[in-house]
Design a protein around this ligand. Structure first.
Ligand SMILES: CC(C)(COP(=O)(O)OP(=O)(O)OC[C@H]1O[C@@H](n2cnc3c(N)ncnc32)[C@H](O)[C@@H]1OP(=O)(O)O)[C@@H](O)C(=O)NCCC(=O)NCCS
Length: 327
């Protein structure tokens, strides 16, 4: 396989190798689409309809024919080259920065005959022959043995397990990220991308504490600093949580219950946080607050803005960075 300076074509090509033809769909492929509508998974992960209604099936074919003009990518019918009969679909979806995605299905009656793996091998080889394609990515559920074996057969590497990554029907499901392309090699690690991971957080914190201690001999380790305000019944009215380390202090989280707002509870939190921080030798307290949170509250309590990231977390808002010098 050699890279050519050609860009991907603006019209659908016909690719053929090892008895497989990848070609544009036609309405004569309706029987294959109708068969795919009966599969339990395909309508959940593609735009194949869950009904074999003639109009819906024809609309699916029309959508595939429009994919390239829409800039979405290439949707090929996988055909038996001997008869030109459609047995499935494979797509090459354009993303940014030289990355493409792929996905495929084969009609139930023609599975385990090598159609998906030969189609994926052919598509991958064709796409990577173009200089504007560096990497092709494929997502498959961990339990989708057929798709994972197909990817492996076509030379794809398993890169990471992505927890709760992709909607399938109503739920976010785990996916194995596969890649083929330039610079993709077998990794000497197993990777997992997830949401909250308390055990990982603890381990990272311990490792960083050890690193920091070694880098700052003579400086006591960072300490957490929390302030809690409760009512007579012990219910939380307000709290703040942060840290102190050397001459620096940081406020990470501050919250005041709605019924305690406007009572001075927030200012008391900061006052107590700063008093304890000062006693620990802190000279500067840092915090950040989104524009829809409380930068004004911090400013009223002596914090000065030192900068802001515009457009976070959404356009029209900003992340405001503030500092207060403790006298
Ligand atoms: C995944 C799918 C496209 C595979 O199509 P296929 O034409 O049967 O695949 P192939 O015949 O090329 O087989 C490819 C590899 O998968 C293996 N395989 C196929 N079906 C399998 C199964 N049910 N369980 C385990 N391995 C299976 C084959 O043995 C082969 O591996 P090998 O070359 O190492 O022997 C097909 O099962 C399908 O359409 N599934 C529903 C849609 C889907 O899951 N799409 C992929 C979404 S990520």
């Amino acid at each position: 396989m050699t890279a050519t300076p050609l860009l991907l074509p603006r019209t659908m090509p016909v690719l053929e190798d090892a008895g497989v033809r990848l070609r544009p769909f036609t309405h004569a492929d309706a029987p294959a689409v109708r068969a795919a509508t009966q599969d339990p998974l395909i309508p959940l992960i593609t735009t194949v309809p869950a009904t074999d209604d003639d109009g819906e099936v024809a609309a699916y074919v029309e959508r595939q024919l429009g994919r390239l003009d829409e800039g979405v990518g290439y949707s090929f019918a996988i055909a038996d080259a001997a008869t030109d009969t459609c047995v499935g679909e494979i797509g090459l979806w354009m993303r940014a920065d030289g990355r493409c995605g792929t996905g495929y299905w084969v009609v139930p009656a023609r599975r385990r005959e090598g159609w998906a793996s030969r189609a994926l091998t052919l598509l991958t080889s064709w796409a990577l022959d173009h200089d504007d394609v560096d990497v092709i990515e494929l997502l498959a559920e961990p339990g989708n043995a057929a798709s994972r074996a197909t990817a492996a057969r076509a030379g794809y590497q398993e890169v990471a397990l992505l927890r709760r990554h992709e909607p399938v029907g109503e739920e976010l499901r785990d996916m194995v990220l596969h890649r083929a392309g330039r610079g993709v090699a077998t990794d000497p690690w197993t990777a997992e991308v997830a949401e909250a991971d308390a055990a990982l957080d603890q381990r990272l914190s311990d490792e960083l504490d050890a690193h920091n201690a070694a880098a700052t001999p003579g400086l006591a380790p960072a300490r957490e600093l929390t302030v809690r305000l409760t009512d007579d019944a012990g219910l939380l009215l307000a709290g703040t949580s942060g840290w102190t380390w050397g001459v620096a202090g940081g406020i990470a989280l501050t919250w005041v219950a709605p019924q305690a707002r406007g009572t001075g509870a927030g200012s008391r939190l900061l006052d107590l946080f700063e008093t304890e921080a000062r006693a620990r030798g802190v000279q500067h307290v840092f915090t950040t607050s989104f524009t829809f949170q409380a930068p004004g509250f911090y400013q009223r309590n002596g914090y000065e803005e030192i900068g802001r990231w515009q457009g976070l977390p959404v356009a029209g808002e900003a992340d405001v960075h503030l500092v207060k010098a403790l006298s």
